[in-house]
Design a protein around this ligand. Structure first.
Ligand code: DQA
Length: 147
């Protein structure tokens, strides 16, 4: 069963209590459970992780490249300024889908730019927990297309 790394950046451990009007009331554990259930439907398994640390996230992206693992990534605030993360993702060896719970394009100006989007297969934003589930479906489609 192919494994998908589902990686989450800073402050996402606080989901549930973090600005619920923006991010909803689901906890990160709820997101992990929803991802595991959707992955199982698709014949995939998930390795779900969160960090507040840019270096740790970059190390996980290196690991994904080395193991040829597809990635669903919510880079959180790193989306908007981490060239280190973007450079790491550019080395990817398998599908990559960027996800956001909220729709950054409809929020503050600084959230409108993603330095990650240009090295991803695509971006899914604005659908809450379903953004992750849609991303897993996209990954399954990309894996199937690659044979
Ligand atoms: C986010 C959007 C980012 O702008 C923000 O910094 C986050 C969460 C989202 O999932 O909507 O931390 O990535």
């Amino acid at each position: 069963m192919p494994t998908v790394l589902v990686l989450n950046g800073p402050n996402l451990s606080m989901l549930g209590s973090r600005e619920p009007d923006v991010y909803g009331t689901a906890t990160l554990q709820d997101v992990a459970s929803a991802c595991a259930a959707t992955a199982a439907e698709l014949g995939l398994s998930t390795d779900f992780r969160q960090t507040d640390d840019e270096g740790e996230l970059v190390a996980w992206v290196h690991e994904a490249a080395g193991r040829r693992l597809p990635v669903v990534l919510n880079p959180a605030a790193f989306t908007h300024y981490s060239y280190a993360l973007r450079d790491a993702l550019a080395m990817r060896t398998a599908p990559l889908v960027e996800v956001h719970l909220s729709n950054p394009a409809a929020r503050e100006e600084f959230r409108h730019a993603s330095v990650v989007a240009g090295v991803a297969d695509g971006t899914i934003a604005g659908f809450g927990v379903a953004s992750y589930q849609l991303a897993l479906r996209a990954i399954a489609g990309l894996l199937a297309a690659r044979g």
